[in-house]
Design a protein around this ligand. Structure first.
Ligand SMILES: Nc1ncnc2c1ncn2[C@@H]1O[C@H](COP(=O)(O)OP(=O)(O)OP(=O)(O)O)[C@@H](O)[C@H]1O
Length: 285
């Protein structure tokens, strides 16, 4: 597990990241969602330890190997896939052999492109070579920044299958940053919504319909963190967000009083979160 405590990053007077708390668990896939400029890439830089931030990142093991696919997957155009992988490994000081290179190219679905020059690859193949690079050293934390950027529908599906079938592992944490909500929802266990450098909501990806409403009264015997996610706006109104099945259980409780319940798709929820001052309540404490 990787724990982020009160992470902040400032440039001049601007708070690029502000008071982020997060726990990234082994075996889980996290979908980092948020508009342009929300701080997603900066959060990756914190995890990669390439910027000077405030706060604490603690890891179970001090040497968690990290793999990353960040922005456009640059490689040497006149070198082959295998040569690019080997060069990447030597730059990153990662041990490699011909069999590791062959294995990785086969994991990412490029077994026949070993001797192909990078410049001759399609965008999807370039992206997959980028993933192969990220997998060198068998990372326990894998950061994928917009992995489907620039891919056609077939390439997007291939990337989804690659993540689902070959990258997920009980020993690995994967964080995917994406603007493609539907796509990310197909591979993610937990959504991390970011806005203005803050994590505003962490939510399990359980169903595609969510119930959103205003809380008038909370039941006494409710374990809030486990049973219900509460959000607050700056007028101190409290809201809840629940999966439909969970809501059906909770609404049977007499002392749970609510109003204005609406069904939200992931897209509607995203728009609501990004166009309001709503924030998960535990972020307030
Ligand atoms: N070193 C820096 N100096 C100045 N501004 C910075 C620096 N790093 C990040 N920023 C600013 O911080 C904000 C967050 O940037 P970041 O790239 O993390 O956002 P993002 O959520 O990844 O956006 P996108 O979805 O467009 O990739 C942006 O407004 C960016 O311009």
């Amino acid at each position: 597990m990787i724990t982020l405590k009160n992470i902040s990053f400032k440039v001049g007077k601007s708070n690029i990241l502000a008071g982020i708390h997060m726990e990234l668990k082994k075996g889980k896939v996290y979908g980092l969602l948020g508009p342009n400029g929300a701080g997603k890439t900066t959060l990756f830089k914190v995890l990669l330890n390439t910027i000077e931030y405030k706060g604490e990142v603690s890891k179970e093991d001090n040497h968690v190997p990290i793999g990353k696919l960040i922005e456009y997957p640059a490689s040497y155009p006149n070198l082959t896939c295998a040569e690019n992988l080997k060069l990447h490994a030597s730059y990153a000081d990662i041990a490699y052999s011909d069999s590791i290179v062959n294995h990785l190219l086969s994991v990412v679905g490029l077994p026949d492109a070993k001797h192909k020059k990078f410049r001759a690859l399609s965008m999807g193949m370039k992206q997959r070579l980028g993933v192969a690079k990220a997998l060198m050293g068998n990372p326990k934390l894998l950061l994928l920044d917009e992995p489907t950027n620039g891919l056609d529908p077939m390439g997007i599906k291939d990337m989804r299958n690659l993540i689902d079938q070959n990258l997920k592992s009980k020993q690995r944490t994967i964080v995917i940053s994406s603007h493609n909500l539907n796509e990310v929802s197909l591979v993610t266990d937990t959504f991390l919504f970011m806005r203005d450098g803050k994590k505003i909501l962490e939510m399990d990806n359980s169903e595609d319909i969510y119930l959103f409403g205003n809380v008038q009264q909370m039941p006494d015997n409710l374990n809030v963190k486990k049973d219900i996610t509460l959000l607050k706006d700056n007028k101190k109104e409290t809201y809840f967000i629940l999966s439909e099945s969970h809501f059906n259980k909770l609404k049977a409780m007499n002392d749970f009083v609510y109003r204005d319940v609406e069904k939200l798709t992931l897209e509607n929820l995203y728009i609501k979160l990004m166009s309001s001052d709503l924030m998960e309540m535990k972020s307030y404490v």
